[in-house]
Write a protein that binds this ligand. Sequence first.
Ligand SMILES: Cc1cc2nc3c(=O)[nH]c(=O)nc-3n(C[C@H](O)[C@H](O)[C@H](O)COP(=O)(O)O)c2cc1C
Length: 337
Amino acid sequence: MAWEVSENDFPKSGSAKDKLKFFVKYAILAPSGHNTQPWLFEINDDEMSINLYADRTRALPVIDPDDTELIISCGAALENLIVALKYFEYYAEVEYFPSETDNDLLAKIKPMIGYEPDAEDKKLFNAIKTRHTNRLPFADDTVDGYRLDKLKTIVSEENVNLLVIEGEQVREEVIKIIEQGDKAQATNKSFCRELAQWVHPNRTNSKDGIPGYAFGMGDLISFGSPFFIGNLNWGDIQAGRDRNLVKGSPVLAVIESKNNNPIDWLRTGMALEKLLLKASSEGIAASYLNQPIEVPELKEKLVKLLHLKGYPHLIIRMGYGKEVKATPRRDLEEVIR
Ligand SMILES: Cc1cc2nc3c(=O)[nH]c(=O)nc-3n(C[C@H](O)[C@H](O)[C@H](O)COP(=O)(O)O)c2cc1C
C-alpha cells in the first residue's frame, strides 16, 4: 500500500496537516537497516513544520550498538522528505538536532512555498518509488566514469565521501574482509537471533523486516529462513555468495563521514539516499555489504587497507540489475507521533 502513493493524491486544497502527512508518505519509503523503519514524525500544523525523531525502540543493539545505522536510516528518510517537498514546490528549511535536551529529535523541517523544481528534482522524486535494495547479481556493464563522478559529487554535498575501491588486488582484499565478516556474524549467536527476528517468509503480513524474496529466496525456502538464520551456520554459504556478488559488481565503494557523531550519521543517511536516488534515476541498482563495518576488528582492517581518513559506515555495490520487488512499510498512522 505504501508504495502506491501517487503525486495525483496531493491534497492541494487540503489543510496544512493533510499536506504535511502526505509528504511523510514519501519519507517512509526510505531504506533502513533490517527494514526496521526506526523513525517517527510529529506534524506541527500550527507552525507548518515536521519534527523527525529517532525511534530507538526499533534499535538493533547487536549489529548497531551505538544507533549509527539507525540514525543513518533516519537521514535517508529525511532526504526523501526534502526531495518530495521540492517536487511539490516547497523549500525545506532544516534545523538539525534543534533540542538541547532531547537527542531523539533529529531535525525540524519547515516547508516554505515558492521552490521551482527543475527536471533533475523531478527525476529524483520519481526515483523514490523505483529505488529498492537489489541483492541479485548485476550485469557486466560498467558504470562510466562520468556517472561515477556525479555520484561522488552528490554525496560530497553532505560533507560525506564516496570512496570507490579500484584495482583488482585491493578489491580482492576487501572481498576477503567481507567473507570474514560473514563468517564472524554467522557464528555470533546474538547476531543470528537478532537477524532472525527481522527476516520473514515471503508470505507475511509483517509491515517491517525483510521478506525472503529480497534475498532472492523462493516461497518454500523463505518459510524456513528465520529458523536457518537463527540455528544453522550459514557463514560459508553467505561468504561464497558475497564473493561472487562483489566480483560481478562494476562498482564497490565505501561511504565515510568526516566525524563520528550523530549529526554526521544523519548527513551520511542523507548522502546515501541522494546517491541511491540519483543512481536509481539512471537505472543503477545498489546493495550493501556492511559486514566488515559491523565487526570492530574487521572495521580496523578495512580502515588500514584503504587508508581511510574518515569513519566508514557503509559498503555499497552498484551496477545494472533486474528489477526487484519492494519491501513492506508500516502504515502512516504508526509513524506519526
Ligand atoms: C543504514 C543501512 C544499513 C543497511 N545494511 C544492510 C546490510 O548490511 N545488508 C543488506 O543486505 N542490506 C542492508 N541494508 C538495506 C536494508 O535491509 C533495506 O533498506 C530494507 O530491507 C528495506 O528494503 P528496500 O531498501 O528495498 O526498501 C541497509 C540499509 C540501511 C539504510
